[in-house]
Write a protein that binds this ligand. Structure first.
Ligand code: KG4
Ligand code: ZN
Length: 409
């Protein structure tokens, strides 16, 4: 089978991204244009602005991805694009452009679920690491490509994948049958996604947007045991129980499966209550104003405007979320008797989360894999990677497919 080069396009939220990936395993180029500066003044993504920024960026970003890969529009074998979930207007920009390219170039078009992309980002890095090790092996005259492919297929299935980002907190059991992948959702958040909680708490504490990376760095300067948060309680009825026929939870075989759901709006409210009862609002307002006047604040700037009480609160908040994510995921791993964990999505960039999963998984004899930092947050290489099995199966999209803001996997 000759190598296949897929151009991936991603525009589901606040990143316009394009990438060229070879045969689903090697990132040739990976360009991400972030809109953080646009949304920062509003403390969150403004959908209208996101669509406008995608329109502005899509053509140059795709051009750059092709140029960096030393490819042309006509030399790629297929075009893959995120169909959903995400912001409808933002998704439409990527989809319309991908359709136009596929039509004009007469290339196959592949529609990809963003969540499946996050799962395949892990695989990309596994394969990339193998490629790098392979290069070294070749220099040392050790086993080569065949060995690599064998090792790729040695991943033990089913894999339990935690997709944890700004919009999602989902657990999937993933199976590989031949080249194609199937997914069963075995857990999801009942309210806020974990990344959303990071972003909302950062906003509440006057730290700006996006909150995850800032909290990650500041938490290292606080005491994670200073504030105790009660464990998340999952009380109300699952929205998914009313799911239409054909979706995961409506399938009869799913009825008896244990579920491992999450909830992160309670901890956000607990932080707010802590702020109120400890009279922290005035200091927060001062911090908000001071940081707004600094272009791209550094860690030192944040620390200069962060008192010990705030740093302890941040560290305790992060610790509680990470422990909860790890405990629920490991409980699911045990219940479904899996040997391999994938942890992916923007929050998988968190340093405490990586340490905790590595420690807890290894003590239970589980293998845990993360994407590299650049592939944990939104990018298009993951979209091109997830498209490869569909390319092999000739699972192409019809020209009239549409964005699906609430798309499920
Ligand atoms: O995957 P992603 O780029 O977009 C979505 O699909 O949502 O994830 C973005 C989310 C944001 O909520 C951001 O705050 C969070 O990932 N994030 C982090 C870190 N880096 C990004 N959360 C915690 N620690 C980080 N280091
Ligand atoms: Zn994402």
């Amino acid at each position: 089978m000759p190598a296949a080069y897929i151009l991936g396009i991603e525009s589901s939220c606040d990143e316009t991204a394009a990438a060229v990936v070879r045969s689903g395993e090697q990132v040739i180029s990976n360009v991400v244009a972030s809109q953080i500066a646009t949304h920062q003044p509003y403390g969150g993504v403004v959908p209208e602005l996101a669509s406008r920024e995608h329109l502005r960026a899509i053509v140059p970003v795709v051009r750059q991805a092709l140029a960096e890969a030393k490819h042309t529009y006509s030399s790629v074998d297929a075009i893959a694009v995120t169909q959903g979930p995400g912001l409808a207007g933002a998704l439409m920009v990527g989809i319309s452009y991908a359709k136009a390219l596929a039509f004009a170039l007469d290339k196959p078009l592949i529609a990809v679920n963003h969540l499946e992309g996050h799962i395949h980002a892990v695989l990309l890095d596994l394969r990339e690491n193998d490629l790098r090790q392979n290069d070294m092996r070749q220099n040392l005259d050790l086993p080569d490509k065949k060995e690599r492919q064998k090792r790729n297929h040695e991943l033990q299935f089913p894999v339990l994948a935690l997709v944890v980002s700004g919009g999602h907190t989902h657990l999937y059991l993933a199976e590989q049958k031949g080249e194609s992948w199937t997914y069963e959702n075995v857990g999801h958040t009942r309210d806020d996604a974990a990344g959303e909680a990071f972003d909302k708490v950062a906003k509440l504490l006057g730290l700006g947007y996006p909150g995850g990376p800032i909290i990650d760095r500041l938490a290292q300067h606080g005491d994670p045991r200073a504030v105790k948060f009660p464990p998340a309680q999952i009380k109300h009825r699952d929205r998914r129980l009313g799911a239409p026929a054909g979706t995961a939870s409506a399938l009869g075989s799913d009825a008896d499966r244990p579920r491992f759901d999450f909830s992160y709006s309670g901890i956000k409210t607990a932080v707010l209550r802590y702020v109120e009862t400890h009279h922290m609002q005035a200091a927060i307002e001062l911090r908000r104003k001071a940081l707004a006047n600094i272009h791209k604040p550094s860690l030192e700037d944040y620390l200069a405007h962060g008192d010990p009480q705030t740093l302890n609160l941040i560290a305790s908040f992060q610790h509680a979320i990470v422990e909860d994510l790890a405990a629920r995921t490991l409980a699911a791993a045990q219940a479904f008797d899996v040997a391999t964990l994938f942890v992916t999505g923007g929050v998988a960039a968190n340093s405490e989360l990586r340490r905790t999963f590595e420690r807890n998984a290894s003590s239970e004899g589980l293998a845990v894999y993360f994407p590299s930092l650049r592939l944990a947050t939104d990018n298009a290489a993951m979209i091109a990677a997830a498209a490869y099995p569909k390319f092999l199966a000739k699972d192409f999209a019809a020209m009239d497919f549409s964005a699906e803001a609430g798309m499920r996997l």
